[in-house]
Design a protein. Sequence first.
Length: 613
Amino acid sequence: MPARQDLRNLAIVAHVDHGKTTLVDAMLWQSGIFRENQDVNERVMDSMDLEREKGITILAKNTAVRFGDVKLNIVDTPGHADFGGEVERALTMVDGVLLLVDAAEGPQPQTRFVLRKALESKLPVILVVNKVDRPDARIKEVVDEVYELFLDLDADFEQIEFPIVYANAKAGWATMEQGATGTSLQPLFDLLIERIPAPTYDEDETNHPLQALVTNLDRSPYLGRLAICRVREGVIHKGETVAWCRADGSIEKARIVELYVTEGLERVDAAEAGPGEIIAVAGLDEVTIGETLADVNDPRPLPVMLIDEPSLAVTIGINTSPLAGQDGSKMTARQVKNRLDTELVGNVSLRVFPTDRPDTWEVQGRGELQLAILVEIMRREGFELTVGKPQVVTRQVDGKVHEPVDRLSVDVPDEHLGTVTRLLATRKGRLQQMVNHGTGWIRMEYLIPARGLIGFRTEFMTETRGTGILHHVFEGYEPWHGDLRTRDRGSIVADRRGVTNTFALMNLQDRGELMVGPGVDIYEGMIVGENSRSDEMDVNACKEKKLTNIRSSTADELVRLTPPRSMSLEQALEFIADDECVEVTPTAVRLRKVVLPAQERARLRRPQRARPA
């Protein structure tokens, strides 16, 4: 079959923070996309506010660079397994993969995840060992670990014969020789054109008429929904009528109102686009991911994409606390439902189901981070929400309950080995591998129930004094592992509505760790701290000091109040127990009990007496 030698489509995949977006930045600069004096942000591909704040890629995005006569369409994919739906979609658009691995950290669980997807798609791989300038780089060992990973993932002979590039993406150079220092990314560009296959197509349009697969969605303020497509066969023209093959099997006629291709970071108008090109089209307001645009006279739909099922769920509903409505603008059930439905259009890895309450929905996703990102985006849009504790999504296999299991990788200083081993043992973790690099650090790999990791990160960082590093990725399903005790401390709960004051908090801080400071509005059932014991404690955090007319020698004694523990949204979701939830507003994250009145909670905790027959 003929191939388009003027085009290459590739995805850059890697573990989070191994340098994907930085490498794309360097490729854009060296291809002459930007002017010398142009003001461009670092990590230009991370365009969302949350991506810049967290330093991670959340949405897969594509750009295009010119190298000589060849156009390189580059898809920058997320490295975090929670956004695996984005990775899977990106791989359907490309013909090869650039696998980026940190020269010191080596392959991580997310490296395994994205590489497994690439190998399943039979895509050729180019290995880029990045950050070779790190003082703790161990390049030879990392390359050996990558070979082991390929073998472990059942790569075939052709896939395992991959070329290796050594790079420093931040400095903008790459070389084919280990230990050498390069001057530019020229060796990488040359290798991409040589080893990434050019898109193939059938010249005879009677055999293969127009086929374009919708792999992503975007929105334009002027044109509405944009469908991002990879043209598989034929040529698509602006203004023509095409067959829109929908996911339900029906076929409709639709007109291509606008047609765009990518040049650099911009979408530019195009009159037509041929096979292999990545395009954006306007004119199909209800198009969804996985559908096909085909020849109107001979419509042939492409197979619908299969996406991994969600493994974690939370409930999201309207804010029902006594402080509701103080700083949000979107608080009704209809607004929340419409927003969740809108998210489903572009996010194929999410599911939304009704619950027994009309103002609450169950949202299923890949992990805590993905679900927390959704809630964070909604709060920034003005929503006030109540978010429940994350729960794993189980499935029935041969009549038995199976739960998701993750592969966990932890790097810890050797003095914390015993503590971390104990923590994971209580959460039903099974040690698979332990490696001591002789640098004072130990790497351990575990298989652990996904629910055992809920709340683990905070405890892990506390026990390792902030030095530990952990990553996890979905591995598969196993029979239910039984009850887990993941939190051994209770909550300190406010017993009345009011404003906290220093005197009350001074008396409480010896009983546990506080989460509020003085002058904070609280209500009955709101969590104001973590008890040092395992039981729950209802307290009066608004109690004022009684004044008398007797002078005290300690009246002017300096009051030392420990600063309250501040929690991000992800930390709050990890912390809460089964009978607790998180109140999320544009300006606050509060922890509370699901049932607010103390008497009602006490009644629910009492064992129910069996009625006489």
